[in-house]
Write a protein that binds this ligand. Structure first.
Ligand code: HEC
Ligand code: HEC
Length: 163
């Protein structure tokens, strides 16, 4: 074969590669640009910026985004009803206001003033369970009550909890 024929052959092979090689991504939907509609299962479903989050607009612009209005209990301890637990052994939610009780500090934990077993019954408060105690005293691992116990916000749920 003459040298210029070899050149011609390689140009043709390259051209065939270009045609088949380039058309492949378009077929499987693996393209950089937005496909016309949700692509095949193999390629995955396509979501654009506005379809990724729960607010139906692009997630890249924060200006003007406002969280839904919410409020927290204002009733003082002793004047509320306990909240049903979400599931067995879930840390019960705090039904009363925590105004003036938080943050908990090493030298000031107001919660213990009403919830330690020695005083709870007299105050009509639920006593901390056995799991929170170490030799009759509060276990240090349970000192920071608000790490696990929280108040229930009065807010319209954006996503319903189906747990
Ligand atoms: C002045 C006393 C008092 C203080 C201080 C207090 N509580 Fe209470 N707590 C109560 C009473 C009484 C109840 C029962 C509901 C009611 O009567 O309001 C209660 C209920 C609870 C419950 C629900 C218990 C259940 O059985 O479901 C939790 C959890 C709780 N409190 C956590 C806390 C935490 C955490 C703190 C500290 C931030 C705290 N409490 C501070 C008196 C108090
Ligand atoms: C590490 C997480 C954690 C911390 C910290 C913690 N708790 Fe709890 N608490 C729980 C869980 C989980 C339960 C439910 C388990 C159970 O019923 O034994 C619970 C249960 C309770 C109950 C209900 C007891 C009952 O018999 O119904 C009260 C009251 C309570 N905690 C108060 C407190 C107080 C007050 C503090 C701080 C001094 C505190 N907890 C710190 C996780 C925690």
């Amino acid at each position: 074969m003459k040298p210029h024929n070899i050149k011609l052959l390689s140009v043709m092979v390259f051209a065939i590669y270009l045609v088949t090689g380039c058309s492949k991504p378009a077929e499987t939907g693996v393209v950089a640009d937005k496909p016309a509609e949700a692509s095949t299962a193999a390629a995955g479903t396509y979501y654009d910026d506005a379809g990724l989050g729960i607010r139906e607009e692009t997630l890249f612009i924060e200006a003007g985004v406002e969280p839904p209005e919410s409020s927290f209990p204002t009733a003082a301890p002793g004047s509320t009803e306990v909240i049903e637990r979400a599931f067995s052994s879930a840390p019960p939610q705090i039904p009363h206001s925590t105004e003036g009780l938080l943050p908990i500090k090493t030298d000031n934990n107001a919660c213990t003033g009403c919830h330690m077993p020695s005083v709870a019954a007299a105050l009509n408060a639920t006593a901390v369970p056995e799991s929170h105690l170490e030799g009759g005293d509060l276990d240090n691992a349970r000192f920071n009550c608000s790490q696990c116990h929280v108040t229930q916000a009065n807010v319209e749920a954006i996503v319903e909890n189906t747990f």
